[in-house]
Design a protein around this ligand. Structure first.
Ligand SMILES: [Zn+2]
Length: 164
């Protein structure tokens, strides 16, 4: 899945009353912003972004007006079936295991860390005239619905819990 990050500066032109929030399951750290009318996933907030970025999934909601940068790195690479991952173009990637971050090489780990640090880097632009994800959540009364979706069978944490 292709993930794109933008500064947490949102300009809601219309339909603000349709903005709603959910999370995939109890304990999920990510909060999704959706359009209540059609359930379109608009963007995602995670505490690790430290309020500086939001995540977009162009596969769910195409981005118009600009061409996103090509993917620079991958995370959670052990969630992929190994044969399928081996067929992808080579990019630095990391996975979590035993509570630690792993990569094939130290250079890969550094490259991925540079990208994840950019996500929480202070926004370059002044926030005036924009709304943040957190402001929109407050405007919606702080209401976050829980979808109670199960984790996918390829999930590393599922596989780890089965191995115990
Ligand atoms: Zn809609």
């Amino acid at each position: 899945m292709y993930l794109v990050y933008f500064d947490n500066l949102l300009d809601v032109r219309r339909g603000k009353e349709q903005i709603a929030f959910n999370r995939l399951r109890d304990g999920a750290l990510s909060t999704n912003m959706i359009a209540a009318c059609c359930k379109t996933l608009l963007c995602v907030e995670h505490p690790r972004y430290e309020g500086q970025s939001v995540l977009l999934f162009p596969d769910f909601c195409p981005i118009s007006g600009l061409e996103p940068l090509p993917a620079a790195s991958r995370v959670h690479i052990r969630d992929w079936p190994a044969e399928a991952y081996a067929k992808l173009p080579s990019l630095p990637g990391t996975w979590r295991e035993d509570g630690r971050l792993h990569a094939e090489t130290e250079e890969d780990k550094v490259a991925v860390a540079r990208n994840t640090e950019a996500v929480r880097a202070k926004m370059s632009q002044d926030a005036s005239g924009f709304l943040t994800f957190q402001q929109l959540l407050r405007a919606a009364g702080g209401q976050v619905d829980t979808l109670h979706l199960p984790e996918g069978a390829q999930s590393r944490s599922i596989k780890a819990s089965l191995a115990e």
